[in-house]
Every structure is written in structure tokens, then in C-alpha cells.
Design a protein around this ligand. Structure first.
Ligand SMILES: Nc1ncnc2c1ncn2[C@@H]1O[C@H](COP(=O)(O)OP(=O)(O)OP(=O)(O)O)[C@@H](O)[C@H]1O
Length: 319
């Protein structure tokens, strides 16, 4: 179990992490989400004892990583895929890691096969690797000691679609084996098919720590799209039934506040012809943007107003 309690990190006038507390449990893939600069990397570095906190604690199974004698056999991590000597081969790099962590050398070929760096790829200098290949090597390094706890900082960066699918399956399998898998990303679209638990931060502070399902429920309610030649008359019926209706085009309505089933029943009762009746689930991406809108440091032009506006809307709803 990863426990972060009142964790704070200041760099001069910048507070990268502020009074952050959360728990990450074994048996789950937990996504660590936040916009750029939210403090994810700083938190992971504190967990690994690479950066000293200004306050609070970050522990794995009750110990700080620095004081854990089993090193890579206890916590495996991929922080920065570029953090590997470019002149070495993948195999030489992993052999050195294995030696210094007293891990049997036989594990090196096992993890290379696991991440798909076999044959000539394993013998090539890491300096010639693409970002995706470096990510695979970083993941191999994290898996080397078969640790019960795994930390990954933006592991999907640079991976091709096949690589993304492979990583997702790998993480699920590792969690299924009872390990703790903690994965950072600044993109909800990456996490929504990867994680089942979420820790969301913005400007170094905790915004949410809950399951993906709970997080989804915070977002915009699902909407129903209805296509009918009787759009005007159906709008009146739906509004009378308590729905909110907006017109998309002369045949298409967007309906919220009632289910697709109820729209179907009302249309049947009033003998309206329906050409389409579909539900759009709440978008997790939208919920994430709304929730973090006020903590986004780097916004481009027009998006800034829109995202902040969305944040304000959500606060209205919560009140
Ligand atoms: N060594 C440092 N010295 C000064 N400021 C730092 C240092 N490391 C991080 N910061 C600042 O702390 C804040 C959090 O940075 P961090 O890299 O932890 O965020 P992040 O969530 O990982 O972002 P990204 O998704 O962009 O990698 C940023 O404002 C960053 O500029």
C-alpha cells in the first residue's frame, strides 16, 4: 500500500505539492491524473526517496523507500525513459540493474521478452531507441525485481497503438496478481481504459481520490439524442415530462433529465415516429477538464475561457 500523508514540496517560491494525502491499494491500477505541472512527478520522486519532502510523508508499506532494504524487489519504477545511458545496450543496462539489486541475471531475458525487446533490439545501443522503445525498456526495468509495488510516470508517452494496448493489458494483469500499480498521466483518455481507481491533483493539491465509476458520476449527466420528423411536437411532450431539450437540427433533439427508455415510451404514447434514439454516456474527459479547469497552468487562447467557464458551471451544480 502506498500512503501519502500531508505531503508538501516547496521549490523556493513555488509549491509543487501542497498538503497532499491519499492511499493507493494493491490489486488495482490507480491512475494519477493532473494537468501539466500539477505535481505528479514530484510526488512520485518523493515516494522513491529521490526528492526530500518539505513536509509530510510518502511511504510504501509503512516505510520510506530510502529505508527499504529490498530496493527494486520492493518497488519498481519508470520515471524518465531518457534516464538510461545511451551507450549501453538494453541487456547491459538491465544486467547492471539486476546486479546492483541482487536480482538473478536470468530475469533480464525474461523481462526483455515480456516487453517485446528481443533479438537485435535487445543488443542495440539505447541511444538509438525511439521513445516508445525506451518506455518498453523502462517498464522492463520496473518489472525486473518482480516487485509488489509499481510506479510509472507517463508510461504511454511515445507508444504506438499496439504498445498502448499491450501496456494496458500488462497493468491489468499486474494488478490482477495483487500488485499495487500507480500510473501517472495528464490525459484522462489514456487512463479511462487503463485505471479503475483515480487520484486527481491540480496545482499540487488533491482534487479527487475515488473509483473511475464514482469519478464518471461527477461529470455531465448522460444525454439522449432523438431524431424524429415531429421534433417540435415531441419537444413539447418531453418538456412537459420534465426533460431539458435542445434542438440540434430540425430533426434532431438532445435531451437530458430523462432516460432513452422514457423518451421511447412518450414517443410511442403520442405516436411519433423515431428514426434514432441513442444515449451518450457522460464524458470522463469532460469531467476531468471541468474538475481541473482552475488548476490548469498553461492554457492556450480561447480554450482558457471555455475551460474556466466549464469549471464555474460545475461548481454551480455542486452548490
Ligand atoms: N527541481 C525543481 N525546481 C523548481 N521547480 C520545480 C522543480 N521540479 C518541479 N518544479 C515545479 O513544480 C511544479 C510541479 O512539477 P511536476 O513536474 O511535479 O508536475 P507534473 O504534474 O509531473 O507535470 P507534467 O505532466 O508536466 O510532467 C511545476 O510548477 C514545476 O515547474
Amino acid at each position: 500500500m502506498i500512503e501519502v500523508e500531508h505531503l508538501t514540496k516547496r521549490y523556493g517560491p513555488t509549491t509543487a505539492v501542497r498538503d497532499l494525502s491519499f492511499t493507493v491499494r494493491p490489486g488495482h491500477v490507480t491512475g494519477f491524473l493532473g494537468p501539466n505541472g500539477a505535481g505528479k512527478t514530484t510526488t512520485l520522486r518523493m515516494l522513491l526517496g529521490l526528492v526530500a519532502p518539505s513536509g509530510g510523508t510518502a511511504t510504501v508499506d509503512g516505510h520510506s523507500f530510502r529505508h527499504h532494504p529490498r530496493g527494486l524487489r520492493h518497488v519498481g519504477a519508470l520515471l524518465d525513459a531518457h534516464d538510461v545511458h545511451g551507450g549501453r545496450s538494453a541487456r547491459a543496462h538491465l544486467r547492471a540493474l539486476a546486479r546492483s539489486n541482487r536480482i538473478p541475471a536470468g530475469r533480464v531475458d525474461e523481462v526483455l521478452a515480456e516487453v517485446g525487446l528481443t533479438g537485435t533490439a535487445a543488443r542495440r545501443r539505447v541511444g538509438t531507441y525511439s521513445l516508445g522503445m525506451r518506455q518498453r525498456l523502462g517498464i522492463a526495468g520496473a518489472l525486473l525485481g518482480e516487485p509488489p509495488v509499481l510506479l510509472f510516470d507517463e508510461p504511454l508517452n511515445g507508444l504506438d497503438p499496439e504498445g498502448v494496448l499491450w501496456v494496458r493489458e500488462l497493468f491489468r494483469r499486474l494488478a490482477g496478481e495483487g500488485r499495487t500499480v500507480f500510473v501517472s498521466s495528464h490525459l484522462m483518455s489514456e487512463m479511462e481504459h487503463t485505471a479503475d481507481q483515480l487520484v486527481v491533483i491540480g496545482r499540487g493539491e488533491l482534487i479527487a481520490a475515488e473509483s473511475l465509476t464514482e469519478f464518471a458520476a461527477r461529470g455531465t449527466a448522460p444525454t439522449v439524442t432523438v431524431r424524429t420528423p415531429d421534433a417540435g411536437a415531441l419537444t413539447m411532450v418531453l418538456t412537459a415530462a420534465g426533460a431539458e431539450v435542445s434542438t440540434y437540427d430540425e430533426e434532431t433533439l438532445r435531451v437530458s433529465g430523462v432516460s432513452a427508455g422514457r423518451v421511447g415510451e412518450l414517443a410511442f404514447e403520442h405516436r411519433f415516429l423515431l428514426r434514432e434514439l441513442t444515449t451518450q454516456a457522460a464524458s470522463l474527459e469532460r469531467a476531468f477538464m471541468e474538475l481541473t479547469a482552475d488548476s490548469v497552468e498553461y492554457l492556450a487562447g480561447a480554450d482558457a475561457g471555455e475551460a474556466r467557464g466549464a469549471g464555474a458551471e460545475l461548481r454551480e451544480v455542486r452548490r
